[in-house]
Design a protein around this ligand. Structure first.
Ligand SMILES: Nc1ncnc2c1ncn2[C@@H]1O[C@H](COP(=O)(O)OP(=O)(O)OP(=O)(O)O)[C@@H](O)[C@H]1O
Ligand SMILES: [Mg+2]
Length: 483
């Protein structure tokens, strides 16, 4: 705005000429005031419109389009913003190592293979379906406030030619997100969470990085059964389109059951490692109500495993359904715990959008004690019996622990395994190398030790009503196929 007052300040002494000069000055000043008011009026009424027109004109002459993906949403966009930003960062890591002059390394799962990304202010180009696009890492103006202090939001800017808009906005961006997420999943440090409660509610707490070494390759189990589980898990994790097509939430329930030491917890770890899913270990006894359980379950992000171990003794949920149906609120109040119907509702209501699947794994030593409603298909889609150690599982353990695949004592061990009830944990404990003896004697010392353990087990079985035990064992083996 032009200030008219300076004109008044240059007046001479008042005379005829002075008077006319003063008149002129006042006229100019008045004109300026009117002009300024007009300008203000124009801008207050049409300013936005004029600005838009101007922008349109400039952008119509610009052959490029730019999209920004910010690290943190300023309008409450939540974690979605960050997910997209992180996916881009990971996607670009493979491009930038060859191009960008300045890189930075991110915290990753494998310290020997750090994920590199472009440094602030740097850029890289990419090609997709014969179209070139450009990425640039920038920083927005200070977004800080009095509480959070100074902070500048980072963003990845994607620039491309206008004529490629449709392909880039559709196909290319989707490609970047999918690739980025897939690479991130394979590099990501898995995490273990567990729940706790306070008067303010129920929470998931980060416990530690999940570095469990269990893998399906080292899990002692019949090959066929193992391959079936692996196949099922892969189909589940890649099932986005499938679940969308059949109109079902993208979730799957596993029930692992069997005696202690048969590898239920080990298999959960192997599942997490196979799919690169975080583990949410739910301690049901620490959940104070059905409502708290619902809140907890709804906070589990996609691509995670919800684990409830020893579900038969986790809570008083095994046979309460009828009572709960009569007066659920009252039951919750009395027990101040989760009820079976509450748990069933939570499982059924666990919703998974199309951003990733959610796996639930329940374990129990006592499958017969579970209410049939809990384990019915649809809630627990796959029932996996974990059995006593058979010969195939033993050969796996011998390979893992003693690095031997064949031995003349294997025949005797196979015989004894048929008549005994030892768990893979028992066998593993017997074969574990102490003081490098297996190296010295080709594993014979440990195989003989195992033979003694198996003989003792067979004897014990015979002496304490072996027949009954035998039947039970056979029953478990008959159920032993994967469902
Ligand atoms: N199938 C298996 N393959 C390889 N190792 C196994 C297997 N089962 C058990 N083990 C070994 O035994 C140990 C105990 O197994 P794990 O904790 O998985 O058993 P579990 O079935 O979960 O027992 P529980 O019912 O008491 O929780 C593991 O640390 C692992 O070393
Ligand atoms: Mg266990």
């Amino acid at each position: 705005m032009v200030n008219p007052l300076p004109f008044m300040g240059h007046q001479g002494s008042p005379g005829h000429e002075g008077m006319s000069q003063m008149g002129l000055g006042m006229a100019i000043a008045a004109t300026m005031v009117v002009l300024t008011m007009f300008q203000q009026f124009l801008f207050s009424h049409f300013g936005g419109y004029l600005e838009r027109c101007l922008r349109k004109l400039v952008s119509s002459m610009d052959p490029y389009v730019q999209i920004r993906f910010t690290e943190e949403s300023t309008d409450g966009g939540g974690p979605k913003n960050y997910e997209a930003y992180a996916a881009i960062e990971t996607y670009l890591s493979s491009k930038c190592s060859a191009q960008a002059p300045r890189l930075k390394a991110n915290s990753v799962r494998d310290i020997n293979a750090p994920v590199l990304c472009v440094d602030d202010g740097e850029g890289v180009s990419d090609e997709f379906n014969g179209v070139t696009v450009w990425w640039h890492l920038g920083k927005e103006k200070d977004q800080g406030d009095i509480y959070r202090g100074s902070r500048r939001n980072r963003y990845y800017a994607l620039t491309f030619r206008k004529k490629n808009r449709k392909m880039v906005v559709g196909e290319y961006v989707r490609h970047v997100m999918e690739e980025g997420k897939a690479v991130a999943a394979s590099h990501r440090q898995l995490k273990l969470y567990s729940n706790s409660s306070s008067e303010h509610g129920a929470y998931w707490n980060y416990i530690m990085d999940f570095d469990h070494p269990a893998k399906f390759e080292t899990l002692a189990m019949e090959k066929e059964k193992k391959e079936e589980i692996i196949d099922d898990l892969y189909r589940f994790s890649a099932g986005r389109d499938y679940y969308r097509r059949i109109g079902k939430p993208w979730k799957r329930g596993y029930l692992l059951y069997g005696p202690p030491g048969t590898g239920k917890s080990t298999m959960i770890a192997a599942m997490a490692n196979l799919l690169s899913y975080d583990v949410y270990d739910l301690e049901l006894t620490a959940v104070l109500s059905n409502a708290a359980l619902k809140r907890l379950l709804n906070r589990i992000p996609c691509n995670s495993i919800l684990v409830i171990e020893d579900i038969d003794c986790s809570s008083k949920i095994t046979n309460q359904r009828e009572m709960n149906n009569q007066d659920e609120d009252k039951t919750v109040k009395i027990l101040e715990k989760v009820t079976l119907s509450g748990l069933l509702n939570c499982i059924d209501g666990l919703f998974s959008a199309n951003d990733g699947g959610r796996l639930m794994v329940f374990t129990t030593n006592n499958v017969d004690a579970l209410d049939s409603a809990l384990v019915r298909r649809g809630r627990m889609d796959k029932h996996i019996p974990m059995t006593y150690c058979g010969f195939e599982a033993f050969t796996m353990l011998a390979k893992n622990y003693l690095r031997i695949e064949e031995h003349e004592l294997f025949g005797r061990i196979e015989e004894l395994l048929k008549g005994s009830s030892v768990t893979p944990a028992d066998v593993a404990e017997t074969l574990i190398e102490r003081g490098g003896k297996a190296e010295d004697c080709g594993g014979e010392y440990y195989l003989n030790k195992l033979i003694r353990v198996l003989e003792e087990n067979c004897e014990a079985k015979k002496s304490i009503g072996g027949e009954m035990l035998e039947k039970k064992g056979k029953g478990e083996l008959e159920n032993g196929e994967c469902n």
